[in-house]
Design a protein around this ligand. Structure first.
Ligand SMILES: [Zn+2]
Length: 508
C-alpha cells in the first residue's frame, strides 16, 4: 500500500491564470502532488493554460449541454470531467463527481441516479457542487440537496468535497459510514476568497484502503443517519437559501420531542422581494403600485429582427405570495394582466412579435411571477407541437415527474377556465399564447398535485424548443448568464422600448 498526495482546489475562470501559477508554487513548496483536482464552474480558459510542471490534473466542471457525462483528455496530464460520472485513475483511485446545482439536480434526477446506479463499489473521492442536507444543517447553512445525501450514502467516499459556498472553508469532523469506513467532508471556497482554497491530503492507494488508519479522536456520529423527513417535503424547492423555521411536536409519554424542520424563504432572502438587500435592482424595468417588471436573469430569447434585446421579462407581485388567488387578490390579478397586455402590445406593435407568457401556480412556490417571452410570428403557430413534444418527454421519460395533461381555453374569461383557477386547491402550469393584442389569447393549463415533483424548467424547455435554442434551457448556463453590465444594458434598452407602453406611468 502506498500513499497518494492529493491537492483539491477551487478556482474560477477569471482568475485561472493567477490561480494556476499559485498551484504551481504550492506544488513546489508542499508537493510534489500525485494528483491535483481543480473544481471550476466553467473551464474553456483553464484548459488553455500552460500546466507544465504539474502532475496529473483533473478539471471538474459543468458542460452546457444537457445530460452529458463525459471525460476528455486534453493533454498528457490534463483531463476534464464534465457534469457527472465516475473516473478511475491509473493508480486505482476512483472519483465520482456531480457539478450540477440543486435546480438542475432536480431536473436531471433520473439521468443522474441511473448513471450512479451502475457504480457497484465504493469510491475514494466524491466531488459535488452542492452539500447534503444533514451536513448543511449542522453548519447552520440553508442549502443542501437530498440527492447528494443519496450519493454520499451510496458511494461511501473517503473524502467528499463540496464547492457551493464560494466564500468559506468548512471541514466536518471525521465520521464513520455504515460499513465502518472513515469519511470526511469539506467545502472548498474559491481562489480569491481569502480563505483556504487549496486543500492537501494523503490517501492510501490500493486495495486495503483505510484499514491501517488509526481512529481519529474527534470522531463524530455518521451525519447521514437519523435524517429528518423534511428532505422529502422540499424536493420541489430550488431556491434553497432561506431561513430555517423550526416547529416542535409536543413530547408524548416523556419521550424526547422530535424537531421537524421546515424551510421557508422569508422576504429578506427572497430573490423577488424588495426587502431583500441583495435584490438585483439594476434589472428592474418598471415599478407599479402592486406589481413590478424586471428583465430575466440568463434570458431565454435572444435579439431578433427589430428587437435589439432579449425581450424576456418577469412580471412580479410586490407582495411575497407563492400563488395567486384570483378572488382574494383580484386587484393584483388585474394589475398583472394589465402589465401582461402592455407587453403584448409593445412586442406586437414595436417589434412585430407575438408573446407567450408562462407561469407556475403552486402552493409550494416561493414568490409567484409570470415570465413573458417575445416569439416571432411564424413560430407561434408551432407552439402546440412544441408543447406536445415536451409533454411526451415529461410523461414518458422523466417518470419521477408529475404527468402533465394540458387543457386549452379560448380566453381568460371562459367559464371552464375560471372554474379551474378560482379553485385554490388547484396547482397548475400555464402558458398563454398571444398572437395579437386584440384577439383573445389561447391558454394551455395543466394541473398537478402539490405533493408531486414537477419540472420547474418545463416552461422554459418548451419555449427553448420552439425557438430552436436548445442551449438556452437553463438560465444559469454559461450561454445564458450575462454580466452585470450586460444586464444593465438590457434593462436600459427594455425601458426605452417600453416607455410608451409602461402602465406604471399611467397608474394612479
Ligand atoms: Zn418574495
Amino acid at each position: 500500500m502506498t500513499d497518494g498526495k492529493i491537492l483539491v482546489t477551487h478556482i474560477s475562470e477569471s482568475d485561472a491564470d493567477e490561480a494556476i501559477r499559485k498551484i504551481k508554487k504550492v506544488n513546489e513548496k508542499s508537493g510534489p502532488f500525485d494528483l491535483i483536482i481543480v473544481y471550476s464552474v466553467s473551464c474553456d480558459e483553464i484548459a488553455k493554460i500552460n500546466t507544465d510542471g504539474l502532475p496529473q490534473l483533473l478539471i471538474i466542471t459543468s458542460h452546457e449541454n444537457d445530460n452529458i457525462s463525459e471525460s476528455k483528455k486534453i493533454s498528457e496530464t490534463v483531463t476534464v470531467l464534465y457534469n457527472f460520472g465516475t473516473y478511475r485513475l491509473a493508480n486505482g483511485i476512483t472519483i465520482s463527481y456531480l457539478t450540477y446545482s440543486s435546480e438542475i439536480l432536480q431536473e436531471q434526477k433520473d439521468t443522474i441516479l441511473d448513471n450512479f446506479d451502475k457504480i457497484d463499489s465504493q469510491v475514494d473521492i466524491l466531488v459535488t457542487k452542492e452539500w447534503g442536507i444533514p451536513i448543511s444543517d449542522r453548519f447552520g447553512r440553508l442549502s443542501g440537496n437530498d440527492m447528494i445525501d443519496e450519493l454520499a450514502k451510496k458511494l461511501q467516499a473517503r473524502y467528499h468535497f463540496a464547492f457551493s459556498d464560494e466564500e468559506n472553508f468548512f471541514e466536518l469532523e471525521p465520521f464513520k459510514l455504515n460499513n465502518d469506513r472513515l469519511s470526511r467532508f469539506l467545502n472548498i471556497p474559491k481562489y480569491g476568497s481569502g480563505k483556504k482554497w487549496a486543500y492537501a491530503f494523503k490517501m492510501s492507494v490500493g486495495d486495503n484502503d483505510d484499514e491501517e488508519e488509526p481512529e481519529p479522536t474527534n470522531l463524530i456520529a455518521n451525519p447521514y443517519t437519523n435524517i429528518t423527513k423534511r428532505s422529502n417535503k422540499r424536493s420541489l424547492d430550488t431556491e434553497t437559501e432561506g431561513l430555517v423555521e423550526q416547529s416542535h411536536n409536543p413530547p408524548s409519554n416523556g419521550k424526547k420531542s422530535e424537531t421537524k424542520k421546515i424551510r421557508t424563504i422569508l422576504p429578506t432572502n427572497c430573490h423577488f422581494c424588495f426587502s431583500n438587500p441583495n435584490l438585483e435592482d439594476h434589472m428592474i424595468i418598471s415599478i407599479g403600485k402592486l406589481v413590478y417588471l424586471t428583465t430575466a436573469k440568463g434570458p431565454l430569447s435572444v435579439p431578433k429582427g427589430d428587437m435589439d434585446m432579449s425581450g424576456h421579462c418577469l412580471i412580479i407581485p410586490i407582495e411575497h405570495i407563492p400563488k395567486l388567488d384570483p378572488i382574494k387578490n383580484a386587484e393584483l390579478s388585474q394589475s398583472i394582466l394589465a402589465y401582461e397586455s402592455s407587453l403584448v402590445k409593445m412586442n406586437y406593435i414595436k417589434f412585430d412579435m407575438c408573446t407567450i407568457v408562462f407561469e407556475i401556480q403552486s402552493e409550494r412556490s416561493i414568490h409567484f411571477h409570470k415570465q413573458v417571452v417575445p416569439i416571432p410570428k411564424y413560430l407561434v403557430l408551432k407552439f402546440n407541437a412544441a408543447l406536445d413534444r415536451q409533454v411526451h418527454f415529461n410523461n414518458e421519460k422523466f417518470t419521477r415527474n408529475a404527468k402533465l395533461d394540458f387543457q386549452c381555453y379560448d380566453s381568460y374569461s371562459s367559464k371552464e377556465y375560471s372554474d379551474v383557477i378560482n379553485n385554490q386547491s388547484n396547482n397548475y402550469l400555464q402558458f398563454t399564447i398571444y398572437e395579437t393584442p386584440q384577439s383573445n389569447p389561447k391558454i394551455y393549463l395543466a394541473t398537478f398535485n402539490a405533493s408531486e415533483t414537477i419540472d420547474l424548467q418545463f416552461g422554459r424547455r418548451v419555449l427553448a424548443f420552439l425557438l430552436n435554442l436548445p442551449r438556452r434551457v437553463k438560465w444559469n448556463s454559461p450561454t445564458c448568464l450575462q454580466t452585470k453590465q450586460q444586464e444593465s444594458a438590457e434593462t436600459e434598452k427594455f425601458q426605452k422600448a417600453y416607455k410608451d407602453y409602461d402602465i406604471s406611468l399611467v397608474e394612479s
